[in-house]
Design a protein around this ligand. Structure first.
Ligand code: FDA
Length: 309
């Protein structure tokens, strides 16, 4: 069935639409709500502001869908520059980074090994300034490769984290496999359009799967990262933390930059650890269209800005 979500997720992969939208000032104005800027200094200014307000950050240099190894190496270099920029801020684990392996060449021929080779120095540079890397999760065809890269990286850097998507049918098994000491798992609902064979299709089914996976992570010995804006999931996480006697520093809530910022501040002020996912960079189109697809209100906001220009 063709839904707004399907159309927008399809649009996220269409270069012509990307070219048409990226240059317009109105798009840039709306994008600013979700993206911390196109340059490293702009992103670092947002990091200073958020951490000053008691909100930790995970930074994403936008650059998925690379077309060759040169671009993949450029992603690595952008992350190394980012970590160099973070070093003098001395924020330790309060400023970590998130990477999409597609930006490191995962989808290219021989891409699994290339992505592993290119992401390893980023993980090492993060460790050198006392912080960690989390591997974002992309569509379901990439999960095996991403978890295999994670396993390699965790040999030397066990704090390397990964994202698991509750929508995927396989995730309950993956969550159990990763619920081990030292493991950092960000549980999200899942932002990609997936076939019924791979993923739960209805919101209720996804929410129920999220709740089951959250139970496993909160009960387990790892460090759960609750990646959701959904009040029901955040409340559930707080109830489970109390039930299993988790201390405030043994789990955290994560939300996207620009979404439910009041709630991020309220949670942080009430003693819950909160981390904002802060994307920056010139290649914001795919990230932006996924945010529009997630929520009709985001799309309405964008269309209103277009007609009121
Ligand atoms: P969902 O969209 O189900 O909304 C549930 C409720 O939350 C709404 O009814 C409303 O009450 C509230 N809400 C949501 N958005 C709101 C808003 N803008 N304003 C007010 N209320 C709002 N996905 C992926 O596939 N791979 C990944 O690596 C990541 N990484 C990631 C990191 C982080 C930190 C987050 C928060 C999310 C991701 N995601 C992701 C995206 C994720 O899969 C998912 O698409 C979105 O978070 C939307 O799902 P939610 O659980 O937030 O709420």
């Amino acid at each position: 069935m063709l839904t707004t979500k399907t159309v927008l997720l399809g649009a996220s992969r269409r270069p012509a639409l990307r070219r048409a939208l990226v240059g317009t000032p109105v798009t840039r104005r709306v994008v600013e709500r979700f993206v911390a800027g196109e340059t490293l200094p702009e992103a670092l200014a947002v990091v200073r502001r958020l951490t000053g307000e008691g909100i930790a950050v995970t930074l994403d240099h936008l650059g998925e869908d690379v077309t060759g190894p040169e671009e993949a190496r450029a992603s690595r270099d952008a992350y190394l520059a980012l970590l160099e920029g973070l070093a003098p801020l001395d924020l330790g684990p309060d400023a970590e980074v998130s990477v999409k392996l597609s930006a490191f060449g995962q989808a290219l021929p021989g891409g699994h090994d290339l992505a592993l080779d290119l992401v390893r120095p980023v993980v090492e540079a993060a460790a050198a300034i006392g912080t960690t890397v989390t591997l974002d999760m992309e569509d379901s065809t990439t999960v095996d490769s991403t978890l295999a890269v994670l396993a390699e990286l965790r040999r030397d850097h066990p704090g390397t984290g990964a994202v698991l998507q509750a929508a995927l049918r396989r995730t309950e098994d993956d969550v159990r496999a990763l619920a081990m000491p030292g493991s950092r798992v960000r549980l999200v609902k899942g932002a990609y359009d997936e076939p019924p064979s791979a993923a739960h299709q209805g919101r209720r089914d996804v929410d129920a799967a999220y709740a089951r996976c959250l139970g496993v992570l909160m009960r387990g010995p790892g460090y759960p990262m609750v990646g959701s804006h959904d009040p029901a999931m955040v409340d559930l996480a707080q109830r489970l933390a109390a039930e299993y006697g988790r201390t405030a520093d043994s789990w955290e809530v994560q939300m996207l930059h620009g979404i439910r910022t009041d709630e991020q501040q309220r949670l942080a002020a009430s003693g819950t650890r909160v981390r904002a996912y802060v994307p920056y960079g010139r290649d914001w189109y795919g990230y932006f269209t996924r945010r529009l697809a997630e929520r009709p209100a985001n799309l309405r906001f964008f269309l209103r800005a277009l007609v009121s220009r």
